[in-house]
Ligand binder design. Structure first.
Ligand code: PLP
Length: 451
């Protein structure tokens, strides 16, 4: 076509049966927008010397534009990396019961802040608190949006315009821009660093606590790195004794905060919540979606009077947990209470899967696609817990001519499969792939091999 007048009008396009279908699917205003946009584009390209598209081609482009506009940018992916708590891939997947609880809370109304027995306003905080108290032995608990917020609230409510004592080796940076010194600044608390990078002694704390502006002692877990060699650090119990002697609280930012003992699964021992509290920490902050295996949340457990102060602070309102989070968290905590965490919570199921089961799954993938080899490898926990710790695993290893390109094609498939590249081999770890998703991984691989 060589004449702009031959380009169909908006009205003419709207009357085509394809456009009628588009309106049914995407609504009229968006469809009209897409039509106008594509017509404009065609005119602009025509003025640059391109030829005009025919009606069929125009409609195809309009359809494509509508799809682009309405496809969600957040979608499920299959994690075949073997990194169990992959922050970029959304950390902990939820248990069936947690998903069910979210669905029920989302579908209609709930007693989120309503006391049904008394027929009056209640508190959203009660929903997880009793469970957290029972599981950890703490006097009180508070749930907020994430652990970064939990630490910020704690420091703001307890140490604003005062000082916080922390070991130099604990001024950690977790992924995603969480830095203890920056959070401290934001809270309005002044930082008093003690010790050397590798060593801190009880006497360093004792000396710092003589400063009258000190409001609390903070311990931050080195979640994502280790220091080794000539190092030393007082135990949490020793720190608690010194803090309490000065009449000050000890706050422990545990980061991952596990209820189960990771050493039972052949890994290093990640400090548990129960141990922190037993050692004398007055408040313990941790994430809901790390080793707890629940939704994104920041959880604070500890002394009732301190938790009460945090609750009353205006910041608590700004960072409160929503009903979907509370529903998922409560369901997750119930798994621990019923001693079924290992079976029901996906990350613990992954951690505790026997190596022979993983080898058998990798073998079955290899047989199904008729390619590759099954080799011993390592899964990692990730997500700011157990740095350097790995779990022995078996992976399907694929040697293909263009591995980077192959990986890219796996990533853009639907659903995307995320694998690892090591020494030019593509590695797929069954540990982090749900059994229900196996078929899709195999289909995806087969498709790539056919092409
Ligand atoms: C992960 C982590 C945080 C941040 O927790 P989020 O839930 O990601 O906000 C804070 N402190 C420590 C020690 C951590 O490991």
């Amino acid at each position: 076509m060589t004449d702009l007048r031959s380009l169909p009008s908006v009205d003419r396009l709207l009357q085509t049966s394809l456009a009628v279908e588009m309106i049914a699917q995407y609504g009229r205003p968006l469809t009209v927008d897409a039509i106008r946009g594509e017509l404009e584009l065609a005119r602009a390209r025509f003025s640059q010397g391109e030829s005009l598209p025919d009606e069929g081609e125009l409609l195809r482009r309009i359809q494509q534009q509508l799809e682009n506009w309405t496809t969600p940018t957040l979608f499920p992916v299959i994690n075949a990396t073997g990194v169990i708590l992959h922050t970029n891939l959304g950390r902990a997947p939820l248990s069936r019961a947690a998903i069910q609880a979210v669905q029920e809370a989302a579908l209609g109304y709930s007693n989120l802040e309503f006391d049904v027995a008394k027929g009056q306003r209640g508190s959203r905080l009660i929903h997880a608190e009793a469970l957290l108290r029972r599981l950890t032995g703490a006097e009180a608990a508070l749930v907020v949006n994430n652990n970064a917020a939990a630490v910020l609230l704690t420091l703001t409510a307890l140490a604003r315009r005062k000082s916080v004592v922390i070991a130099r080796s604990q001024l950690v940076e977790i992924g995603g821009g969480f830095r203890v010194p920056d959070v401290m600044k934001q809270s309005g608390a002044k930082l008093i660093e003690v010790g050397a990078t590798n060593r801190v002694h009880l006497a360093d704390y004792e000396q710092a606590l003589e400063e009258p502006s000190v409001a609390l002692v903070l311990r931050a877990h080195r979640s994502n790195f280790r220091i080794i060699g000539f190092t030393s650090e007082p135990t949490l119990a020793e720190m608690a004794t010194v803090a309490h002697r000065a009449g000050l609280p000890l706050v422990d930012d545990l980061g991952s905060g596990t209820l189960l003992d990771t050493a039972r699964y052949g890994m290093a021992h990640e400090p548990t919540l129960q141990e922190s509290l037993a050692a004398g920490a007055d408040l313990v902050c941790f994430s809901g979606d790390k080793l707890l295996g629940g939704p994104q949340a920041g959880i604070i457990v500890g002394k009732a009077d301190l938790v009460a102060k945090l609750r009353k602070h205006p910041l608590a309102r700004a960072i409160r947990a929503d009903k979907l989070c509370l529903a998922a968290l409560t369901a997750t905590l119930l798994h621990y209470l019923k001693d079924e965490a290992e079976r029901e919570i996906p990350i613990w199921r992954m951690i505790s899967t026997p190596i022979e089961t993983i080898r058998a799954r990798a073998e079955s993938w290899r047989e199904a696609i008729g390619f590759g080899e099954v080799v011993a490898s390592q899964s990692t926990v990730g997500g700011g817990s157990l740095p350097g710790e790995t779990l022995p695993t078996f992976v399907l290893s694929l040697a293909v001519p263009h591995p980077t390109r192959f990986m890219a094609r796996l990533r853009v498939a639907r659903p995307p499969v995320i694998a690892c590249l090591e020494n030019d081999r593509i590695l797929l770890d069954p540990r982090t792939v749900a059994v229900e998703d196996e078929r899709m991984v195999i289909e995806s691989l087969k498709r790539e091999f056919r092409e």
